[in-house]
Design a protein around this ligand. Structure first.
Ligand SMILES: [Cu+2]
Length: 143
């Protein structure tokens, strides 16, 4: 008499269902993690810090950190930050960014006018995927 077999069989079935679900999820994740060249990736985190904060008109220090979903730093190339205002007729402001550590970049951006700005961050990952982020910088102050 092996009465214990019955619960074990049930357990095995639910385990098989869990494994099946994991395989489906893994397939989706792998597909998402294998970008084609020129594809945009949303799997990376881009953190921008401005100093002074909140920023004021003039040169601001820009620090940018790229990391993956587990928080590990990710090095990128072709990093560009373009600052624009929300109204038309302004020249964009560009930040020259230098690598200062793993996935860590610093530069300077000139906020040429008080008001609402946004930053367009573009970069390329080692696998050729494009990172594009729009980061709002509201209410740049007038000194
Ligand atoms: Cu303006």
């Amino acid at each position: 008499m092996k009465l214990s077999n019955l619960p074990d069989v049930r357990h095995d079935r639910s385990f098989a269902i869990v494994i099946g679900l994991c395989l489906v999820l893994t397939a989706i994740l792998v597909a998402g993690c294998a970008p084609q060249p020129s594809e945009t990736t949303n799997d990376l985190r881009v953190d921008v810090t401005l100093s002074p904060s909140p920023p004021v008109v003039g040169n601001s220090s820009v620090t940018l950190q790229v990391s993956d979903t587990s928080g590990e730093p990710v090095a990128v190339s072709d990093l560009q930050i373009e600052g624009n205002m929300n109204h038309a007729g302004m020249k964009p402001s560009f930040a020259e960014m230098q690598a200062v550590g793993p996935g860590h970049y610093e530069g300077t951006l000139d906020f040429t006018m008080g008001g609402d700005w946004f930053l367009l961050v573009t970069a390329t990952t080692s696998s050729g995927a494009t990172i594009e982020r729009k980061i709002d910088v509201p209410e740049v102050g007038v000194q």
